[in-house]
Design a protein around this ligand. Structure first.
Ligand code: NAD
Length: 500
């Protein structure tokens, strides 16, 4: 069995680890590798390497740090196919979708290439007589990222390019379900000229996560994953005195108004609901059909869901692959059972889907429920699978109230032909990222990504300007260079200094 090691201080190691996690091929249902699960001693080793590397890396000039990012950018582009296939094999998503995530992550590397501009400070001359004031931002030190299985390249790339370009050293604890992309990145960084110890990968489970959260030499933690773990990470790392941003789960609503182009809406909702088998934090998982839109929309969604081509991620004809693990498949099917029992109308049932030649793969077909109510657990819970639920609302105001009553606030979209309606939606909806006739409104790298409510714990969103702020802290300097040769030197007043 192939073993996936950690990457610490520029080389592979299994360190003190004696436990392993299974890495599946979700399309075949076979275990393809085992990943090393870290003990606290492995986290200690990574932190020691990162702390040592920080002493030099913090002083590397901005332009040289930017050049590492430019080199990384080229390497990622050159290895795009290889990286995408690696992701498809461990996650299960189709290769074209894996490419999409790498390219969206690449945008963050491109943003980080601008670090000399992004870290420009401020300068005010003569804030008091012969006194100047200026400010700039410095890196925090050793920072860590803990990431989910669903975007094994993109989500870590929301973090490490910015943290590293800003002068920090980084420890990545990726998902143990699809760990190989992180080691791939470690090798690319080394090839790009990043010094040993600046980027480290520690694989593991709760043992590794807890060691990171408690470690006194880690200054900040970025987490992306499910809401219960995000809440836990935020509380525990905050209690240990760290800066924390913890992005959680989601239930993203698409509100469809009767004036919308329903073919357009159904096409986009189908792609956003079933793409990556619904395992995206920005997947549309709930549709709120307003007034007359309902029946016509559900008819179209049914037709589109039945057309989705499900198959192995490596097959170019596949539009949707399997889900990540046997446990995920069983959990998702359990939700479909309970939704049907609770009285929702099961319009398309993906439970029985079998893919020829891949009978042991973790496949669940696209599933569509209509007439779902807000008390059903297929609505209240994040299913994280290819299950789309449709709720009916009489009015637009009722639809907005449904979105706002939900515990999550990651993303949402409105489909309408009315600019007025769209404006009202974007103003009143309590969600961090909003699409207007755009189903998956993931902000570009030069904006910041983050939700509201139980979709984010902490104050800062990831990447973009908020990412720069998260990974740096400010210094404000007030400076005077008295010319004692010409100026009379006398004792200052004792009162609190004010501008003169
Ligand atoms: P997860 O919460 O199970 O795991 C995320 C990370 O936490 C992994 O690295 C995992 O090893 C670790 N972890 C798991 N259980 C832990 C525990 N008990 N204690 C400490 N650490 C633990 O999430 P997942 O299943 O890998 O990913 C899917 C979830 O991530 C979904 O809820 C999805 O919405 C969410 N997600 C959110 C965003 C966002 O931007 N808000 C983006 C991607 C994914």
């Amino acid at each position: 069995m192939r073993t996936i090691p950690h990457w610490i201080s520029g080389s592979e190691t299994t360190g003190a680890s004696t436990r392993y996690g299974a890495v599946w091929n979700p399309a075949t249902g076979e275990q393809q590798a085992q990943v090393t699960l870290a003990e606290p001693a492995d986290v200690d080793a990574a932190v020691a390497a990162a702390a040592k590397a920080f002493e030099q890396w913090r002083d590397v000039s901005l332009i040289r740090r930017a050049r590492v990012m430019f080199a990384l950018r080229d390497l990622i582009e050159r290895h795009l196919d290889e990286l995408s296939e690696l992701i498809a094999d461990e996650h299960g998503k189709v290769v074209s979708d894996a490419k999409g995530e790498v390219i969206r992550g690449l945008e963050v590397v491109e943003y980080a290439c601008g670090i000399p501009t992004l870290l420009k400070g401020e300068y005010s001359e003569q804030v008091s007589t012969d006194v100047d004031a200026y400010s700039f931002r410095q890196p925090l030190g050793v920072v860590a990222g803990i990431t989910p299985f669903n975007f094994p390249a993109m989500v870590p790339m929301w973090m490490h390019p910015i943290a590293i370009a800003a002068g920090n050293t980084f420890i990545l604890k990726p998902s143990e379900r699809d760990p190989s992309a992180s080691n791939f990145f470690a090798r690319l960084y080394a090839e790009a000229g990043l010094p040993d110890g600046v980027f480290n990968v520690v694989h593991g489970d709760k043992v590794a996560v807890d060691a990171i959260l408690d470690h006194p030499d880690i200054a900040a933690v970025s987490f992306v994953g499910s809401t219960p773990i995000a809440r836990y990470v935020h509380q525990r790392a905050s209690a240990a005195g760290k800066r924390v941003q913890a992005l959680g789960g989601a239930k993203n609503h698409a509100v469809v108004l009767p004036d919308a182009d329903l073919d357009f809406a159904a096409n986009h909702i189908t792609a956003a609901g079933y793409g990556s088998a619904g395992q995206r934090c920005m997947a549309i998982s709930a549709v709120v059909a307003v007034g007359d839109a309902g029946d016509a929309l559900v008819a179209r969604l049914k037709e589109k869901a039945e057309e989705v081509k499900v198959g192995p991620g490596r097959d170019q004809a596949s539009e949707m692959g399997p889900v990540v693990t046997p446990e995920a498949r069983d959990r998702i099917k359990g939700y479909v059972d309970r939704g049907a029992q609770a009285g929702a109308t099961l319009v398309v049932d993906g439970r029985g889907l079998a893919v020829d030649g891949h009978e042991n793969g973790f496949f669940v077909g696209p599933t569509l429920f209509d007439r779902v109510t807000a008390d059903m657990d297929i609505y209240t819970d994040e299913i994280f699978g290819p299950v789309l639920v449709v709720l009916r609302a009489e009015t637009f105001d009722e639809a907005i109230a449904i979105v706002n009553a939900n515990q999550y606030g990651n993303g949402t979209a409105i489909f309408t032909a009315s600019g007025q309606a769209a404006k009202k939606f974007q103003r009143h909806v309590q969600v961090g990222m909003i699409g207007v006739n755009v189903p998956i409104p993931v902000p570009m790298a030069f904006y910041s990504f983050g939700g509201w409510k139980d979709s984010l714990f902490g104050d800062t969103h990831v990447h973009g300007p908020e990412g720069i702020r998260f990974y740096t802290r400010a210094k404000a300097i007030t400076s005077r260079w008295p010319d004692t040769q010409y100026q009379e030197h006398h004792r200052d007043h004792m009162h609190f200094p004010t501008a003169t």
